[in-house]
Write a protein that binds this ligand. Structure first.
Ligand code: 5SP
Length: 217
Protein backbone atom coordinates (compact mmCIF):
# COMPACT_ATOMS: atom_id res chain seq x y z
CA UNK A 1 0.00 0.00 0.00
CA UNK A 2 2.79 2.46 0.86
CA UNK A 3 4.53 1.65 -2.44
CA UNK A 4 1.33 2.53 -4.33
CA UNK A 5 1.19 5.84 -2.45
CA UNK A 6 4.84 6.57 -3.32
CA UNK A 7 4.06 6.04 -7.03
CA UNK A 8 0.90 8.17 -6.86
CA UNK A 9 2.69 10.98 -5.04
CA UNK A 10 5.61 10.97 -7.44
CA UNK A 11 3.22 11.37 -10.38
CA UNK A 12 1.23 14.09 -8.59
CA UNK A 13 4.35 16.10 -7.78
CA UNK A 14 4.98 16.34 -11.54
CA UNK A 15 1.64 18.18 -11.83
CA UNK A 16 2.96 21.12 -9.78
CA UNK A 17 5.59 22.36 -12.28
CA UNK A 18 3.44 21.17 -15.22
CA UNK A 19 0.66 23.53 -14.06
CA UNK A 20 3.02 26.40 -13.26
CA UNK A 21 2.34 26.20 -9.52
CA UNK A 22 5.94 26.08 -8.26
CA UNK A 23 9.45 27.37 -9.01
CA UNK A 24 12.56 25.20 -8.66
CA UNK A 25 12.07 22.92 -5.58
CA UNK A 26 9.28 24.87 -3.87
CA UNK A 27 6.04 23.14 -2.96
CA UNK A 28 5.16 19.65 -1.79
CA UNK A 29 2.38 17.06 -1.74
CA UNK A 30 1.65 14.39 0.86
CA UNK A 31 -0.77 11.55 1.48
CA UNK A 32 -2.04 10.03 4.69
CA UNK A 33 -1.32 6.30 4.80
CA UNK A 34 -4.94 5.08 4.56
CA UNK A 35 -6.37 3.97 7.87
CA UNK A 36 -3.38 5.33 9.77
CA UNK A 37 -3.59 7.99 12.42
CA UNK A 38 0.15 8.38 12.55
CA UNK A 39 1.82 7.92 9.13
CA UNK A 40 2.14 10.03 5.98
CA UNK A 41 4.21 9.97 2.79
CA UNK A 42 5.74 13.22 1.49
CA UNK A 43 8.45 14.39 -0.90
CA UNK A 44 12.05 14.75 0.24
CA UNK A 45 13.26 18.28 0.92
CA UNK A 46 14.99 20.34 -1.74
CA UNK A 47 15.16 17.69 -4.46
CA UNK A 48 14.55 18.86 -8.05
CA UNK A 49 11.16 17.78 -9.41
CA UNK A 50 12.86 15.95 -12.30
CA UNK A 51 14.82 13.89 -9.78
CA UNK A 52 11.85 12.76 -7.67
CA UNK A 53 11.27 8.99 -7.80
CA UNK A 54 8.70 6.85 -5.98
CA UNK A 55 11.40 5.30 -3.80
CA UNK A 56 12.58 8.77 -2.75
CA UNK A 57 9.23 9.65 -1.17
CA UNK A 58 9.58 9.69 2.63
CA UNK A 59 7.41 7.75 5.07
CA UNK A 60 7.07 9.88 8.23
CA UNK A 61 5.12 10.01 11.45
CA UNK A 62 2.81 12.96 12.11
CA UNK A 63 5.64 14.83 13.84
CA UNK A 64 7.42 14.80 10.49
CA UNK A 65 10.06 12.29 11.61
CA UNK A 66 10.99 9.59 9.06
CA UNK A 67 10.20 6.09 10.28
CA UNK A 68 12.77 4.43 8.04
CA UNK A 69 16.18 5.24 6.60
CA UNK A 70 15.35 7.91 4.02
CA UNK A 71 16.20 11.28 2.52
CA UNK A 72 15.36 14.26 4.75
CA UNK A 73 11.62 14.88 4.44
CA UNK A 74 10.00 18.09 3.22
CA UNK A 75 10.38 21.11 5.51
CA UNK A 76 6.59 21.01 5.80
CA UNK A 77 6.30 17.38 6.98
CA UNK A 78 5.32 18.32 10.56
CA UNK A 79 2.80 20.85 9.23
CA UNK A 80 1.19 18.18 7.05
CA UNK A 81 1.20 15.81 10.04
CA UNK A 82 -0.55 18.38 12.22
CA UNK A 83 -3.29 18.81 9.61
CA UNK A 84 -3.81 15.02 9.33
CA UNK A 85 -3.93 14.71 13.12
CA UNK A 86 -6.52 17.48 13.51
CA UNK A 87 -8.63 16.81 10.40
CA UNK A 88 -9.33 13.06 10.17
CA UNK A 89 -11.22 13.36 6.85
CA UNK A 90 -8.17 14.82 5.10
CA UNK A 91 -6.22 12.22 3.13
CA UNK A 92 -4.03 14.49 1.00
CA UNK A 93 -2.37 17.91 1.22
CA UNK A 94 -0.67 20.10 -1.37
CA UNK A 95 1.45 23.21 -0.92
CA UNK A 96 2.42 25.59 -3.73
CA UNK A 97 3.77 29.06 -4.31
CA UNK A 98 1.57 29.55 -7.37
CA UNK A 99 2.10 33.14 -8.49
CA UNK A 100 -1.36 34.75 -8.58
CA UNK A 101 -2.61 33.02 -5.42
CA UNK A 102 0.63 33.90 -3.62
CA UNK A 103 0.19 37.53 -4.68
CA UNK A 104 -3.24 37.50 -2.94
CA UNK A 105 -1.58 35.86 0.10
CA UNK A 106 1.12 38.53 0.20
CA UNK A 107 -1.58 41.18 -0.03
CA UNK A 108 -3.40 39.38 2.82
CA UNK A 109 -6.69 39.47 0.97
CA UNK A 110 -9.16 36.57 0.63
CA UNK A 111 -10.21 35.77 -2.95
CA UNK A 112 -13.92 36.63 -3.02
CA UNK A 113 -16.36 34.10 -4.43
CA UNK A 114 -17.34 35.87 -7.63
CA UNK A 115 -17.57 33.00 -10.14
CA UNK A 116 -19.25 29.63 -10.38
CA UNK A 117 -15.99 27.67 -10.49
CA UNK A 118 -15.09 29.07 -7.06
CA UNK A 119 -18.48 28.21 -5.58
CA UNK A 120 -18.15 24.71 -7.07
CA UNK A 121 -14.70 23.92 -5.72
CA UNK A 122 -14.36 26.09 -2.62
CA UNK A 123 -17.94 26.75 -1.51
CA UNK A 124 -17.15 30.41 -0.85
CA UNK A 125 -14.17 32.72 -0.62
CA UNK A 126 -10.63 31.38 -0.35
CA UNK A 127 -9.50 32.63 3.07
CA UNK A 128 -6.21 34.01 4.29
CA UNK A 129 -4.37 32.26 7.12
CA UNK A 130 -1.79 33.78 9.48
CA UNK A 131 1.88 34.27 8.81
CA UNK A 132 3.89 31.39 10.29
CA UNK A 133 7.54 30.43 10.23
CA UNK A 134 8.63 27.34 8.26
CA UNK A 135 10.09 24.20 9.83
CA UNK A 136 7.69 22.90 12.47
CA UNK A 137 3.90 22.52 12.70
CA UNK A 138 3.18 26.29 12.97
CA UNK A 139 1.90 26.56 9.39
CA UNK A 140 -0.32 23.52 9.98
CA UNK A 141 -1.80 25.14 13.06
CA UNK A 142 -2.60 28.23 11.02
CA UNK A 143 -4.20 26.15 8.27
CA UNK A 144 -6.37 24.20 10.73
CA UNK A 145 -7.46 27.36 12.58
CA UNK A 146 -8.43 29.02 9.30
CA UNK A 147 -10.32 26.01 7.93
CA UNK A 148 -12.37 25.84 11.16
CA UNK A 149 -14.22 28.94 9.94
CA UNK A 150 -14.44 28.22 6.21
CA UNK A 151 -15.74 25.58 3.82
CA UNK A 152 -12.82 26.18 1.45
CA UNK A 153 -10.32 23.40 0.80
CA UNK A 154 -7.63 26.04 0.16
CA UNK A 155 -5.96 28.57 2.43
CA UNK A 156 -3.73 31.47 1.36
CA UNK A 157 -1.04 31.52 4.02
CA UNK A 158 0.00 35.12 4.51
CA UNK A 159 3.27 36.11 2.81
CA UNK A 160 3.89 32.50 1.84
CA UNK A 161 1.64 30.52 -0.51
CA UNK A 162 -1.21 28.06 -0.84
CA UNK A 163 -2.11 25.00 1.27
CA UNK A 164 -4.92 22.76 0.03
CA UNK A 165 -6.54 19.68 1.54
CA UNK A 166 -8.55 16.86 -0.02
CA UNK A 167 -9.92 13.39 0.55
CA UNK A 168 -6.74 12.21 -1.15
CA UNK A 169 -3.62 13.81 -2.65
CA UNK A 170 -5.15 14.07 -6.14
CA UNK A 171 -8.04 16.18 -4.77
CA UNK A 172 -5.54 18.40 -2.97
CA UNK A 173 -3.47 18.94 -6.14
CA UNK A 174 -6.64 19.65 -8.13
CA UNK A 175 -7.66 22.25 -5.52
CA UNK A 176 -4.23 23.88 -5.88
CA UNK A 177 -4.73 24.11 -9.67
CA UNK A 178 -8.24 25.53 -9.23
CA UNK A 179 -7.03 28.00 -6.60
CA UNK A 180 -4.43 29.45 -8.94
CA UNK A 181 -6.99 29.63 -11.75
CA UNK A 182 -9.39 31.53 -9.47
CA UNK A 183 -6.65 33.87 -8.26
CA UNK A 184 -5.66 34.71 -11.85
CA UNK A 185 -9.17 35.15 -13.22
CA UNK A 186 -10.46 37.20 -10.28
CA UNK A 187 -7.40 39.43 -10.48
CA UNK A 188 -8.15 40.01 -14.19
CA UNK A 189 -11.84 40.65 -13.49
CA UNK A 190 -10.99 43.23 -10.84
CA UNK A 191 -8.83 45.13 -13.30
CA UNK A 192 -11.99 45.60 -15.40
CA UNK A 193 -14.09 47.03 -12.57
CA UNK A 194 -15.66 46.33 -9.16
CA UNK A 195 -16.28 42.68 -8.26
CA UNK A 196 -19.78 41.40 -7.44
CA UNK A 197 -19.74 38.41 -5.04
CA UNK A 198 -22.25 35.62 -5.69
CA UNK A 199 -25.15 35.49 -3.25
CA UNK A 200 -24.95 32.86 -0.49
CA UNK A 201 -27.93 30.85 -1.77
CA UNK A 202 -26.41 30.47 -5.24
CA UNK A 203 -23.03 29.55 -3.73
CA UNK A 204 -24.67 26.82 -1.65
CA UNK A 205 -26.59 25.44 -4.65
CA UNK A 206 -23.52 25.43 -6.89
CA UNK A 207 -21.33 23.82 -4.21
CA UNK A 208 -23.88 21.11 -3.50
CA UNK A 209 -24.31 20.25 -7.20
CA UNK A 210 -20.59 20.14 -7.92
CA UNK A 211 -19.72 18.13 -4.82
CA UNK A 212 -22.60 15.64 -5.09
CA UNK A 213 -23.91 15.48 -8.66
CA UNK A 214 -21.21 16.67 -11.11
CA UNK A 215 -19.11 14.08 -12.91
CA UNK A 216 -19.37 10.31 -13.16
CA UNK A 217 -20.86 8.15 -10.44
O1 5SP B 1 7.80 27.14 1.26
C1 5SP B 1 8.11 26.02 1.62
C2 5SP B 1 8.14 25.71 3.02
O2 5SP B 1 6.83 25.91 3.51
C3 5SP B 1 8.34 24.93 0.70
O3 5SP B 1 7.53 25.07 -0.45
C4 5SP B 1 9.72 24.87 0.21
O4 5SP B 1 9.86 25.84 -0.80
C5 5SP B 1 9.94 23.50 -0.33
O5 5SP B 1 10.38 22.80 0.72
P1 5SP B 1 10.66 21.27 0.68
O6 5SP B 1 9.32 20.59 0.60
O7 5SP B 1 11.50 20.99 -0.56
O8 5SP B 1 11.40 21.08 1.95
Amino acid sequence: MVDDLRRELCALHAELPRNGLVAWTSGNVSARVPGSDELLVIKPSGIAYDDLRPERMVLCDFDGVPVEDALAPSSDAATHGHIYRELPDVGGIAHTHSPYATAWAIHGEPIPCVMTAMADEFGGEIPVGPFALIGDDAIGRGVVETLAHHRSCAVLMRAHGVFTVGRGPRDAVKAAVMCEDAARVVHAARSLGPLVPLDAESVDALYHRYQNVYGQH
